[in-house]
Design a protein around this ligand. Sequence first.
Ligand code: SF4
Length: 285
Amino acid sequence: MLKLSVSALHLCQHCPRLLGYFLEKNGKAWRIGHKGSGKLPGKYFHYISRKVHSDISGRGDQEKRQKLINAFGKPSKTRSSFVLETIKMEYFYPYLLDHGIKFGPDNAIALGAAMKVWSNYLCEMVTPHIDIGEKPDVVIRMVFQDASPMMKTEFITIDGTKVLVRGSTDGILFDITENTPIIVEYKGKMASNPTQELIQTALYSKMFYQNTGLFPGVHVLYLEEEEPLIRYSVDQIKTIIKGVPQLVERAKDVASGKRPILGTLDKNLCKQCFFFEQCEEKFGR
Ligand code: SF4
């Protein structure tokens, strides 16, 4: 059985040859074509967001959960700033102190701005319900589902190869208004082709459906954009999922050493790629 991560398939979507380099343990392959300003320390943002999702969904620290509930329970005008402050005091600063992490001014500004965008988004998910008088802890229990569960799914390719795909999303929320579970992904700057980015979340959606029988929508929150949130409906995601088996076929071909392997058609991606000089020879024409 061939085992692949969702991230590896995402890389294959950018360029199958980049997946080839990654499978040879060439870590530089990840850095090609991933947008982002380079100023947002995404690793730390994701660490903190997962802790917050875990605690508030009731799977982690109960004391911190209660502090978050108290912040979400504030009046709507001040809610977002209380939530942001709680996240900084309870998660961000202790993490920096414990790990002795220091950022340059640009990184600290980008991270601060991303946390603000994120806390505004979380507040948007609960505000319409808390503001009509529903109890904050009840709303929070409904909205914040699992933190970032490891999910998996199996494919069988045309030649009969079993491919196990595993990965964990950034969070699962529940949209009370739409009565729909939501797969959430946090990203830096928007890619030039956001639909291509979506294959990753489409895979999580498929896994979620297989595990629960419910089809989720998708929210992608671009932490460094002025209009940060893009919502994808269940129907849009179902359409994108149709392209997944073809992607798995391509990834299986790369992993099994088949040649030639076609590269991306995006010449701009090639221009910024470390492997530009060698990849034609390596993967064939
Ligand atoms: S040079 Fe282009 S085709 Fe080759 S690995 Fe890089 S992105 Fe892919």
